[in-house]
Design a binder for this molecule. Structure first.
Ligand SMILES: Nc1ncnc2c1ncn2[C@@H]1O[C@H](COP(=O)(O)OP(=O)(O)O)[C@@H](O)[C@H]1O
Ligand SMILES: [Mg+2]
Length: 500
C-alpha cells in the first residue's frame, strides 16, 4: 500500500501488516448541528462497515443525512456540526478524536472525496495538468523532472483522449464528464485506501454517468480500494455497489447486499425509493405517492410517460424535500411524439432540439415564434491557438479548424408562445452554451436570436443585465444551492428580484 500513515499516530496500523477487520467502522454515530432553531440531529445512530476492497452505497432522498455521514468520516463538517455520540474507526484510527494535523495527513492520502460538481473542486484559473501535478508533487508522488510525464500517464488512466492537449486545458474548456475524470485523477493520485464519492454523476447525462461510474469501479478495483458511493439513485447503487445502505431522515432503515435490496426490498421506504428509480416502462405516474395515484390525480395523460401539459389540470403539489420529481430528469428515455432536428450540422456530439409538434395548435404556427434562434455558432480558441495565430502572422496558413473549437455549430430552432422545446444531448454537446447565449450571458460568435420580434443578438452580453428584456427571459440552473445567496432567507431570496 502506498501512502503509509505516520506510525506514531496510526494506532493499530503501526506494524506493516494489513489491519485486521474492516477499513471503516462507524458505530452509533449521531451528528447534530446548532441552528437558530436549536439543535438538529442530522444523523441518528448510524452504523456502517466498509471492508477492504468493498463498495458500500448510501442511498436516500435529499436531506436524509448521506453527505453529513460522509463529511463526518472525513471530519469536514461545518463548524456548527459536531459528533454528539458514537465512534468512527478508520484503519484503526479513532477519527472522532484524531488531531487536525493527523486528519490533514489522512485526507487525500488515505481517504479522498469526489463531489457532484467537479468544476467546484477544480481551480478555474489553473491548467488541469498543473493541478494534477501540484497534488503529485505535494504528496511526493513525482518530482519536477518527471511530473508532466506522470500527469499524462494519469490522464490516460482516466481515459482522457488527447492527454497532451488536455494537460493545458482550463476546467471551463472541458465538459462536466471530463472535469469529473480530472477530479477522479486528483482523488486517486495518492492511491488512498478509501474513496468517498458523493453524488459523483448526478450532474451528468446517462451515457457519461455510466462511463464515469465504470471508470471509478475499474480504477478502485484495480487498486484494491474501498469506496463509499453516495447517491439518491438506488439503481446506480445497486449496479455498482456490493452492499447498499438506505437512509431516511438521518437514520439507517435497511442495509443489505445490493442484489437483495433490489430484488427484495424490506423496508417501505426502500420500496418507495425503488418506485422512484427510473427504468424503462415506468411512468411519472408511478412516482406519485400511492394515495395520489388512486385519487385520479394521475389520469392517463395523452402521451404515456410524459407529464400532463401545463393547464391540463394536474396540480403541482408542494414538495416536502420531496422524493418524486427528484429523479425524473435522471435521463431514462421518454417516448417523444415528434422529433425534428433543425439547423445545420450539430456540434461534435449530437445535439437535438425536439418539439412536440403534434401538441402545438395549428393556428400558432402562423404567428411569429416567441424565440427564434438562427444559425447560432460559438467558437472557442483551442489550446495552442495563439501559436497558430503567430504562425499566421508569419505567413504560414494553419488549417482553419486547428485553432478553433466549435462548441455550438450552426443551431437553429424556434419556440412558440406556450410551447416547450427540449434540447437534448449528451454532456458537452453544447446545450448549456446554447442556453447561456440565448440568456445573453455570453456572446455568440455568429448567428441571430430574435425574441418577441427584437434582435437580442444585437445587445452585447455585458449590457443585457440592465436591459428591460432581461426580466422576460429567466433561467433555472442545475444546482439550486449555487443560485441562492446563502446569506438570504427563503423569503428574502424571493423578494429580492421583485424589489429591484
Ligand atoms: N450546516 C448545517 N447546518 C444545519 N443543518 C444541516 C447542515 N448541513 C446539513 N444539515 C441538515 O442535515 C440533514 C442531512 O443533510 P445531508 O447529509 O446534506 O443530506 P443528503 O446528503 O442525504 O442530501 C438535512 O436535514 C440538512 O438540513
Ligand atoms: Mg448530499
Amino acid at each position: 500500500m502506498h501512502g503509509v500513515i505516520d506510525p506514531a499516530t496510526a494506532g493499530t496500523l503501526a506494524t506493516s501488516e494489513e489491519p485486521r477487520g474492516p477499513l471503516l467502522q462507524v458505530r452509533n454515530l449521531t451528528v447534530e448541528f446548532a441552528t437558530r432553531n436549536g439543535l438538529v440531529k442530522a444523523v441518528k445512530n448510524v452504523n456502517l462497515t466498509v471492508a477492504k476492497g468493498e463498495t458500500l452505497g448510501i442511498v436516500g432522498e435529499s436531506g436524509s443525512g448521506k453527505s453529513v455521514t460522509s463529511y463526518t468520516v472525513m471530519r469536514i463538517l461545518d463548524r456548527a456540526g459536531r459528533i454528539a455520540e458514537g465512534s468512527i474507526a478508520f484503519s484503526g484510527i479513532d477519527i472522532a478524536h484524531a488531531g487536525e494535523k493527523q486528519m490533514r495527513d489522512l485526507r487525500g492520502r488515505e481517504m479522498s472525496m469526489i463531489f457532484q460538481n467537479p468544476r467546484a473542486a477544480l481551480n478555474p484559473i489553473r491548467k488541469v495538468g498543473h493541478q494534477i501535478g501540484d497534488v503529485l508533487l505535494h504528496h511526493l508522488q513525482a518530482d519536477p523532472r518527471n511530473v508532466k510525464e506522470k500527469v499524462i500517464e494519469i490522464l490516460n488512466q482516466v481515459r482522457i483522449a488527447r492527454p497532451e492537449e488536455r494537460y493545458h486545458a482550463y476546467p471551463f474548456e472541458l465538459s462536466g464528464g471530463m472535469c469529473q475524470r480530472i477530479v477522479i485523477a486528483l482523488a486517486l493520485a495518492c492511491r488512498p485506501q478509501l474513496m468517498i464519492a458523493d453524488e459523483p454523476t448526478t450532474g451528468l447525462d446517462v451515457t457519461t454517468q455510466k462511463a464515469v461510474m465504470d471508470l471509478v469501479t475499474e480504477l478502485t478495483r484495480a487498486r484494491g480500494m474501498s469506496t463509499l458511493l453516495i447517491t439518491h439513485d438506488l439503481g446506480l447503487a445497486a449496479a455498482y455497489c456490493d452492499t447498499v445502505m438506505v437512509m431516511e431522515k438521518g437514520e439507517v432503515v435497511e442495509t443489505a447486499p445490493a442484489e437483495q435490496i433490489f430484488r427484495n426490498p424490506q423496508h417501505p421506504y426502500t420500496r418507495k425509493l425503488m418506485r422512484a428509480t427510473p427504468r424503462p416502462g415506468i411512468s411519472l405516474r408511478d412516482l406519485l405517492p400511492e394515495e395520489a395515484q388512486t385519487q385520479g390525480l394521475a389520469q392517463a395523460s395523452p402521451l404515456p410517460n410524459l407529464p400532463p401539459q401545463a393547464g391540463e389540470g394536474a396540480p403541482v403539489a408542494p414538495v416536502e424535500d420531496g422524493l418524486p420529481g427528484a429523479d425524473i430528469s435522471a435521463g431514462h428515455p421518454l417516448p417523444l411524439a415528434g422529433e425534428g432536428r433543425e439547423g445545420a450540422a450539430a456540434p461534435a456530439a449530437e445535439l437535438s432540439s425536439v418539439t412536440k409538434g403534434a401538441a402545438v395548435p395549428e393556428a400558432d404556427k402562423t404567428l411569429q415564434p416567441l424565440l427564434k434562434v438562427e444559425n447560432l455558432v460559438k467558437e472557442y480558441p483551442r489550446q495552442g491557438a495563439p501559436i497558430a495565430f503567430l504562425a499566421s502572422l508569419f505567413g504560414k496558413k494553419p488549417a482553419k479548424e486547428d485553432g478553433i473549437f466549435r462548441a455550438v455549430d450552426g443551431i437553429s430552432f424556434e419556440v412558440r408562445k406556450g410551447e416547450s422545446v427540449g434540447l437534448v444531448g449528451e454532456s458537452g454537446c453544447g446545450k448549456s452554451t446554447t442556453s447561456t447565449i440565448v440568456m445573453r450571458l455570453i456572446d455568440a460568435t455568429s448567428g441571430r436570436i430574435t425574441f418577441d420580434g427584437e434582435d437580442l443578438s444585437a445587445i452585447p452580453a455585458k449590457s443585457f443585465a440592465h436591459h428591460p428584456m432581461r426580466k422576460r427571459i429567466q433561467m433555472v440552473f442545475q444546482d439550486p444551492t449555487e443560485s441562492l445567496n446563502p446569506r438570504y432567507t427563503a423569503a428574502r431570496a424571493i423578494a429580492d428580484p421583485l424589489l429591484r
